[in-house]
Design a protein around this ligand. Structure first.
Ligand code: ZN
Length: 289
């Protein structure tokens, strides 16, 4: 069972998000038939997306879009404050390894951008873009938090894929300095960097995320919330109907005349929706010119 902990540490001067996402990544592998290094890139992005979703509240949601100009193409992840995450990649059948480890950098590429689009339920979406620095997702998101959100952060992500192409373990941790953080907190975290950099090792050794918190912070932490997290798609025929409506009357008429029906497949969960001629006529009659 996947879950996420929100915690404060070091007298409340440090904020922590830690998550285990093994089942979520297995669900993504099954849904998209991901090859191992594609699973690594999407799995890590789902994990970071989930933890960033945990920073939101209520009905707020976010989308991460990564385009590193690598063979995997675009990596898209949607998440929200409720612990739901979903995602897909353009090319799931991509696999590169180097020295027996999954090669995220070659898979994803490092010549492009990471976009984070937040729906904070206000009039406009909030979006920020950073250039990819290294193709190492943990490092690139550390840079994102420093640059776009002005929050000094340590990000670590870990994944191990089994021989049979299932996930043995996946998870991550985000540690952020609060505005009242002291010099000694920075020194402390720098001291812990080497421990944190081997996050997949920590995850495979300790089932319980709280044990990992204890290992890092001793007794100086306080769990604020435990949240169950899931791979979940909220698509529906109504939502896709609204999408078709945005094509406009002329385009929909054209589909009715050429194909007589429309089949739509959800990118995130692969569910198929069939729109019959009468479905399309109804959408067309309500669509704008
Ligand atoms: Zn779906």
């Amino acid at each position: 069972m996947d879950y996420l902990l929100k915690a404060l540490a070091r007298g409340g001067r440090v904020r922590v998000y830690i998550s285990k996402t093994t089942d979520i990544v297995n669900e993504a592998i099954k849904t998209h038939d991901l090859y191992p290094s594609a699973a690594s890139v999407l799995g890590k992005t789902l994990t970071i997306g989930l933890m960033m979703g945990a920073m939101l509240k209520g009905d707020e949601a976010l989308t991460i879009k990564i385009d590193g100009n690598g063979p995997i193409g675009n990596v898209i992840v949607d998440s929200n404050a409720k612990g739901f995450v979903k995602g897909y990649v353009d090319n799931p059948h991509v696999h590169f390894s180097k020295n027996n480890t999954l090669d995220d950098v070659t898979t994803m590429g490092y010549n492009g951008y990471i976009d984070v689009i937040k729906d904070l339920k206000m009039k406009d979406l909030y979006s920020s873009t950073i250039p990819i620095q290294s193709g190492d997702l943990a490092k690139d998101f550390t840079y994102y938090f420093a640059g776009s959100e002005q929050t000094p952060t340590i990000t670590s992500l870990g994944i191990i894929i089994n021989e049979d192409n299932t996930t043995k373990i996946c998870g991550g941790i985000i540690i952020q300095l609060m505005p009242n953080a002291l010099e000694e907190d920075i020194d402390f975290l720098e001291f812990k960097t080497s421990v944190l950099s081997k996050f997949s090792g920590l995850l495979s050794e300790y089932e319980d995320l709280e044990v990992i918190l204890k290992l890092i912070f001793g007794d100086d932490y306080q769990i604020l919330e435990k949240q169950d997290v899931f791979y979940r798609c909220d698509c529906s025929k109504e939502k896709f109907a609204r999408g078709i409506a945005t094509l406009g009357k002329a385009e929909i008429k054209d589909i009715i005349e050429t194909d007589g029906q429309a089949e739509v497949i959800c990118h995130y969960c692969k569910k198929q929706y069939l729109f019959s001629k009468s479905d399309l006529e109804k959408i067309e009659s309500e669509a704008r010119k």
